[in-house]
Design a protein around this ligand. Structure first.
Ligand code: FAD
Length: 532
């Protein structure tokens, strides 16, 4: 790891995040010098490493980018940007070949062609995978090795980006701090180009599949700098997190249902049959609500792979098998207890087709961004695809500009002290996200959450908690403002989709704060802006 003290020199491009989006972008920018900042050591603290299914790519005979894009649009509940979805599907094959070139050992069939699996709501087998459920780990270890061998990439591990610095509306650098050291002095970096690749927001929820680093900090710092945030209310809940008493909850990949595993309650009934023609392979939001309803009704929900996999479970899905066995469940012989868990954020920092945000000098890629590809509900295994496609586009966009002298070193912003996190408040925030902004939402509870998060955001002296509350506020305010149910956003007080609201949300932190103020009786109400 490099010494962060000399970072102010030669920081032409800074990438924040060491998951798929960040590392792929750094490799694509080579030999241009880049600095990658990662809160956790590479390989840890990144959702990428935990991906079990794989990457969606229409590479099989008889499949097409058009069919892949059509499935993406169908799942997105009217909010997918069709051009963006098609672009993503068309670039999939080239990016898979890049990954093969970096050493990712994707599975091949006996004819030497890429082996493809099936996942929910895909009309064809198109999930490129590694040794069953090992895709994420294999992708990360290949990319980390490639990054370590690339002299133009400097990696700073164990530092968290806590603020973006701006001058005349342009991003000119960022402020970092050593993770877990409340007394450490902040490090200020000047940079011409900042790429945020900080992942998702799942860990803002008490029940989640995401690592602790996925707490929405990247989204928060962009929003605080004034960036436009898109669709923050749309959070995908994975229907089959394993209830093993762990935080985060281990995942039972959707590929299990693709291979025939069924969802049953404690009476052994397949409850999804009555809910959707595709039953267990219905879109995620519908399956998540089905699982949630069984649990709420006291019947419990279980994933049953006894018939579909039985004795082959360990060999076909080694990661899930290990998680189950660690919890004392033998999935070859017993149904696995499951529940929905916050899993993926469709919303994020709004970016254009090049991955550029609304702020000069700032790009965003991977889960922290919102490209328009997912709409109100992500199609399984499209997120790793989006991360590689946009990381490559960002590298191309930045690469097209000459290397300039480092930006003027901006003054350090006045920020609160990074005192040790008060655990109770973080716990309260996460519990409230799960209870008030979960699978089923209600206007009154959304308003309550908006008010609570606004108070934390305004008053806390802890930067990490403030940034968590910033993102939570954006999610809650937009969920409150969207008075309908659509995709993953389901409101019992507005249970139907409203055609007039078939627009993406484009909002800012100022808008979210204004909603909070109006709900607290402190200022007139203003709704979130919707793009036409
Ligand atoms: C259990 C699980 C299984 C999944 N399975 C699949 C799948 O099969 N297929 C699929 O397409 N998608 C899957 N997803 C979703 C997918 O893994 C993620 O959307 C994707 O990996 C995000 O990549 P990323 O590079 O944007 O972020 P990540 O891989 O999460 O990396 C984020 C990086 O940013 C760092 N970071 C965060 N905040 C800061 C900060 N403030 N300062 C410095 N560094 C910071 C983190 O330490 C990390 O290095 C899965 C997700 C989970 C949790």
């Amino acid at each position: 790891m490099s010494n962060p003290d000399d970072l102010t020199r030669n920081t032409d491009v800074v990438i924040v995040g060491g998951g798929l989006a960040g590392l792929f972008c750094a490799l694509k920018l080579a030999p241009r010098p880049v600095t990658v900042i990662s809160a956790a050591p590479l390989g840890q603290g990144a959702s990428t490493a935990w991906a079990q299914g794989g990457i969606a790519a229409a590479v099989a005979d008889g499949d097409s980018a058009e069919a892949h894009a059509a499935d993406t649009v169908a799942v997105g509940a009217g909010l997918v940007d069709e051009k963006i979805a098609l672009g993503l599907a068309r670039e999939a094959s080239a990016r898979i070949h890049d990954l093969l070139h970096y050493g990712v050992p994707f599975d091949h069939d006996l004819e030497g062609k890429l082996a493809v699996g099936r996942e929910a709501a895909h009309s064809a087998r198109r999930i490129v995978h590694v040794r069953g459920d090992m895709a994420g780990r294999a992708i990360m270890s290949a990319l980390i090795e490639a990054v370590r061998k690339t002299p133009s990439i400097r990696v700073i591990e164990g530092y968290v980006a806590e603020e973006l610095l701006t001058l005349d509306g342009a991003v000119t650098g960022l402020q970092l701090r050593k993770v877990g050291d409340g007394t450490a002095k902040p490090v200020i970096i000047a940079s011409r180009a900042v790429v945020l690749a900080t992942g998702g927001i799942g860990h803002l929820y008490a029940v989640t599949t995401n690592p602790a680093e996925a707490s929405g900090l990247g989204l928060a710092i962009a929003a605080r700098a004034g960036a436009i945030i898109a669709d923050p209310e749309f959070v995908q809940f994975h229907p089959t997190a394993i209830m093993a008493g762990r935080d985060p909850a281990p995942l039972a990949t959707e590929a299990l249902r693709g291979e025939g595993a069924t969802l049953i309650n404690d009476k052994g009934e397949r409850f999804m049959l009555a809910r959707h023609p595709l039953a267990e392979l219905a879109p995620r939001d519908i399956v998540a609500r089905g699982v949630f309803a069984e649990i709420e009704a006291g019947r419990g929900a279980f994933l049953d792979a006894r018939q579909a996999l039985g004795a082959h479970f360990a060999e076909r899905f080694p990661t899930v098998y290990a998680s189950c066995m660690a919890a004392g469940i033998d999935p070859a012989k017993q149904p696995i207890p499951v529940a929905p868990a916050a899993h993926y954020h469709m919303g994020g920092i709004s970016v254009d087709a090049r991955g550029h945000t609304s702020l000069k000098g700032l790009w965003a890629g991977g889960e922290v961004s919102s490209t328009g590809a997912h709409g109100a509900n992500r199609l399984a295994s499209n997120s790793l695809l989006e991360a590689v496609v946009y990381a490559a586009r960002i590298a191309e966009d930045i690469g097209g500009n000459p290397i300039a002298a480092p930006a003027r070193l901006p003054a350090a912003p006045t920020t609160p002290q990074n005192c040790a996190m008060p655990p109770l408040t973080e716990k309260t925030l996460r519990a409230m996200m799960t209870s008030h902004l979960g699978v089923i939402r209600h206007g009154d509870r959304l308003a309550e959450a908006v008010r609570a998060f606004a108070v934390i955001e305004r008053n806390t002296g802890n930067i990490v908690l403030r940034n968590m509350a910033t993102t939570a506020l954006l999610v809650a305010a937009s969920a409150w403002a969207r008075r309908e149910s659509r995709g993953a956003h389901y409101r019992v007080d507005y249970p139907s989709e409203r055609p007039a609201l078939a627009h993406r949300t484009m909002t800012t932190l100022a808008s979210a704060r204004q909603i909070a103020a109006s709900l607290s009786g402190r200022a007139p109400a203003r709704t979130v802006e919707h793009a036409s």
